[in-house]
Design a protein around this ligand. Structure first.
Ligand SMILES: Nc1ncnc2c1ncn2[C@@H]1O[C@H](COP(=O)(O)OP(=O)(O)OP(=O)(O)O)[C@@H](O)[C@H]1O
Length: 220
């Protein structure tokens, strides 16, 4: 599903986040990535999603090297194959929750009504059933985070990238949210790459990798 090889990334100022980082993720695999604040975990997710470019190395998704795609091709790949839960949520303020969550389906050209029905069902599965016509400004941080999770999962992507997706949630809601990721992995064969500082969130994964300047090291 995902093959990252020899990834090198330096940030403005010259600091090297990682030097020749390798990572493979198969379908049906759930991997957590931890590491110190500033280690480059969010940057790694952005590189995997083609939202940022490495200085060297390659990212292949389903055998396609994303460096070989133009902007449209990368957008299509993200739209069709990837679900991304951003640390800052990126929920659109002018759309109600149902339309926010339905967005990936709408962008794929699905029927508008069917997309909204699927979005409402997804909202229910993150504990926000019946809230589809609310607007983001009416929501708490944890509720917004769950909208972001619903939007990342609604189109059943093969690759789910999640940046601290339970950071704003109480323990029970976090557990239910993590169960949604596990369900996508076990029953839909998705691959999940989850960035977190939480040992509880990491324990939902099959394995945990620690990011350091020398690369990703298996924990435990
Ligand atoms: N565009 C940029 N310009 C300058 N520095 C950047 C840029 N993008 C990332 N960085 C730096 O790269 C480092 C890694 O950032 P990143 O957000 O990937 O870390 P992280 O491991 O996800 O941290 P956290 O756990 O705190 O979320 C940070 O020191 C950050 O300041």
């Amino acid at each position: 599903m995902l093959n990252v090889t020899g990834l090198v990334k330096t940030v403005p100022g010259g600091r090297t986040l990682f030097e020749r980082l390798d990572l493979s993720l198969a379908r049906g695999e759930f991997v957590a990535v931890t590491g110190e604040s500033g280690a480059g975990k969010s940057t790694l997710l952005n590189l995997v999603a083609g939202l940022d470019s490495p200085d060297a190395g390659s990212v292949c998704i389903d055998g396609t090297d994303i460096a070989g795609l133009d902007d449209d091709g990368r957008t299509r790949l993200r739209r069709d194959r990837i679900g991304f839960v951003f640390q800052a949520f990126h929920v659109l303020p002018h759309l109600d929750l149902a339309h926010n969550v339905a967005l990936p389906l709408a962008l794929q050209g699905h029927d508008a009504h069917a997309s909204l029905v699927a979005a409402e069902a997804m909202l229910a599965s993150v504990g926000l059933g019946g809230r589809g016509d609310a607007y983001p400004r009416e929501l708490s941080g944890g509720e917004l985070q769950r909208v972001a999770v619903a939007r990342a999962l609604v189109h059943r992507p093969g690759l789910i990238l999640a940046d601290e997706p339970t950071g704003n949630l109480d323990p029970d809601t976090a557990a239910r949210t993590l169960a949604l990721f596990v369900d996508q992995v076990r029953h839909a064969g998705a691959a999940v790459l989850l960035v977190t500082h939480s040992t509880v969130a990491a324990s939902a994964a099959d394995r945990t990798l620690v990011l350091s300047p020398t690369g990703l090291v298996e924990r435990g």
